[in-house]
Design a protein around this ligand. Structure first.
Ligand code: GLN
Length: 263
């Protein structure tokens, strides 16, 4: 009898340890982001803030979980979500067919186009053709990176030197010294330019005849493939936030807040 009790106690203890490990994970929502992409995510007084963080906080609240946000390199986010290391990726991630092979995407919550940032006194670069043969900076592993790399390889921008950076703002900091132009998503280009005290200017990337170089992109939240439970909640939250105008409101608010951040 005593032996059975001891065994039962041991089983109980083991169960509680197992629960401690797994229950702990179940209480948190781990989101990977890259905090150099205002207004969607950036550092403000030591904290990661922005539109994506607001969205994921609303998701965590709905789930009754604690939100844990990890700041990592952009090009590692999809991989971390794919393997389940992160529950979700929220980083102004453009929904692409390649990425959709590795992760599931939420409904789109914002759209963007590719923009160019140059020094304010640069009169030479005004479109794709005049950027060709120059030194261009992009954020590593982004749609801007893939686009310019593709244009160089297919000959449309042959001879252009492409340099990758960890964040668009780091690329912008190299303008005029190491590079001539930065290509990045529209709102990010606009906030970097607005907070540059007139040092930079920005414009949509087009061809010399005014036609589009790239298609309009849509942002989605990435989740591990098959995690329908989480995806459904994210989509529900996004539908609400889109319908009541919160996302557009936050884009403006965090745009304004970023302009107060000292670079
Ligand atoms: N939207 C772009 C992409 O998905 C850039 C995102 C980012 O730099 N955070 O590649």
């Amino acid at each position: 009898m005593k032996k059975i009790l001891v065994i039962m106690l041991a089983v109980l203890m083991l169960a509680s340890v197992v629960c401690f490990a797994s229950c702990k994970k179940e209480d948190t929502l781990t989101v990977y982001t890259e905090a150099g992409f205002a207004p969607y995510e950036f550092l403000y007084e030591g904290e990661i803030v922005g539109v994506d963080i607001k969205i994921m906080q609303a998701v965590a609240d709905k789930l009754g979980k604690k939100l844990v946000v990890e700041d990592v390199n952009f090009d590692s986010i999809v991989g971390a979500v794919k393997t389940g290391k992160a529950d979700a990726g929220a980083a102004g991630i453009t929904i692409t067919a390649e990425r959709a092979e590795d992760v599931d995407f939420s409904i789109p919550y914002s759209s963007t186009e590719q923009y160019v940032i140059v020094k304010a006194d640069n009169t030479e670069i005004t479109n794709m053709e005049t950027m060709t043969g120059k030194k261009v900076g992009v954020q590593q592993g982004t749609t801007s990176d893939f686009l310019i790399d593709g244009l160089i390889k297919d000959g449309a921008m042959a001879g252009t030197e492409l340099t990758t950076y960890d964040a668009p703002s780091l690329a912008a900091a190299a303008l005029g010294t190491k590079i001539d132009a930065v290509v990045t998503d529209k709102l990010t280009a606009e906030v970097i330019t607005a907070s540059s005290n007139g040092a930079y200017k920005t414009f949509k990337l087009t061809k010399a005849d005014g036609s589009d170089v790239a298609e309009v992109e849509q942002y989605g939240i990435a989740v591990t493939k098959g995690n329908k439970e989480l995806l459904d909640v994210i989509n529900e939250v996004l539908e609400e936030l889109l319908a009541n105008g919160s996302i557009a409101k936050w884009e403006k608010e965090y745009n304004d807040l970023y302009s107060t951040v000292e670079e």
